[in-house]
Design a protein around this ligand. Structure first.
Ligand code: ZN
Length: 392
């Protein structure tokens, strides 16, 4: 973490420099433009009058030209200085992070065409998910790997709706929610109601002359009356304050910007659920997991080397220890029997033995010997009937 902060600190400095550089160069360029325009007007009025250039005006022209040269030089030298602070970020990354991650990665893991295709396909899926379809298309062409992009359609639709929401246009999201009403109800989702509610609120923020329109729109709440009665009462109550402005009333919170942020988040969550997509792309999950796992793996490697037991970790497609990636990365709701190496099912459920070890029922039946069971792990002897099925 300290290392990240170290790099972030340098990055912050660069960003500040960018901002101040942008502001100062814009200011100087505007000043220059103003003075050149003034000069041009003066010159053209001289030309119209047919008067020859006065020495004072000639001097002014020379001065302005010098000023232009100086400003351009200053802008260029400031730009050069920025370059040095950008390169300091690179040095900070090198200083703070160990670049030797190859030690814990199988050699040639990305060499085969098939694996490259998988990698590019994951990158493209990520780009589509991030709303960067043009970058993804470009990558598809440049990689020349002929990647199947049939997965892109739902992402394009999601991003179109999200972009509209960012521009505070609720229509595409409402159309989507209405056409998926049945599925959303099955998910117990309040998305459609919240979209109607937000539309109603945006009508109210238009002022008293929108009152009739808002009242007509309130009919849309009718199908949600049973589940959202209290919320509907609150928004209808806000109508009383419309003449004096909702922003000066106890209902001012209805107009908060956060409403728009949270509706975007809820839409992403529910739509991904319905379309069977993950909210985060597999690439970002893989990257986040790698960030947690990598330091642990590097430490293990250092310990293995120190104790000179190099043969311990020879199969790099298997991890030498279990790595806890935190709650966010727990996905496995299935159980694979460690003895028979097959996924358990309703007919063959996982069984917790008295000692705490878990194996499948099929494995348990196979291991019974003379009415007794010896746990294949600890190995505690026990009565097979004491094992309890567990449900994940
Ligand atoms: Zn056991």
């Amino acid at each position: 973490m300290e290392r990240c902060v170290g790099v972030e600190w340098e990055l912050e400095k660069v960003l500040q420099r960018f901002v101040s550089y942008g502001e100062s160069s814009e200011r100087s360029l505007e000043e220059l433009l103003a003075s050149v325009t003034e000069l041009r007007e003066e010159l053209s009025s001289h030309a119209q009058k047919g008067v020859p250039l006065s020495p004072a005006l000639a001097l002014m022209m020379t001065q302005r030209c010098r000023k232009i040269r100086e400003t351009v030089q200053k802008v260029a030298s400031d730009h050069k200085e920025m370059h040095s602070s950008v390169s300091r970020v690179g040095k900070a990354i090198d200083r703070n992070f160990d670049p030797d991650v190859c030690a814990v990665v199988s050699e040639g893991v990305w060499e085969s065409r098939n694996k490259q295709q998988l990698l590019y396909s994951a990158i493209m899926e990520h780009l589509f998910q991030q709303g960067l379809p043009t970058v993804a298309e470009e990558l598809s062409q440049e990689s020349a790997l002929n990647i199947d992009t049939s997965f892109k359609q739902p992402f394009l639709e999601l991003n179109r709706i999200l972009e509209a929401l960012q521009k505070r246009d609720l229509r595409p999201a409402l159309e989507w929610a209405i056409s998926n009403r049945q599925h959303l109800q099955e998910l117990n989702s309040s998305l459609e109601f919240r979209l109607h509610r937000l539309h109603f609120i945006s009508l109210l923020s238009g002022g008293p002359h929108k009152q009739m329109q808002a009242l007509t729109y309130a009919r849309q709440f009718q199908p949600f009356a049973a589940h959202h009665q209290q919320e509907i009462q609150v928004i209808m109550g806000s109508l009383a304050y419309l003449p004096h402005g909702i922003e000066n009333s106890p209902y001012a919170h209805l107009l908060a910007v956060e409403q728009w942020i949270s509706i975007g988040e809820q839409f992403t969550r529910d739509a991904c659920h319905l379309l069977g997509l993950s909210i985060e792309s597999p690439l970002s999950v893989g990257f986040a997991s790698g960030c947690v796992a990598l330091p642990v793996l590097l430490n293990i490697k250092a310990v293995i080397e120190q104790r000179q037991c190099a043969g311990v970790w020879s199969h790099k497609d298997e991890l030498p220890i279990e790595i806890d990636l935190g709650k966010k990365c727990r996905y496995h709701s299935v159980f694979a029997c460690p003895i028979l190496r097959q996924q358990t099912s309703d007919a063959n459920p996982p069984i917790k033995l008295v000692c705490g070890h878990v194996i499948s029922r099929d494995a348990l039946n196979k291991l019974i010997n003379g009415g007794k069971l010896k746990c294949p792990y600890c190995p505690m002897e026990q009565n097979p009937a004491d094992g309890k099925p567990i449900i994940f």
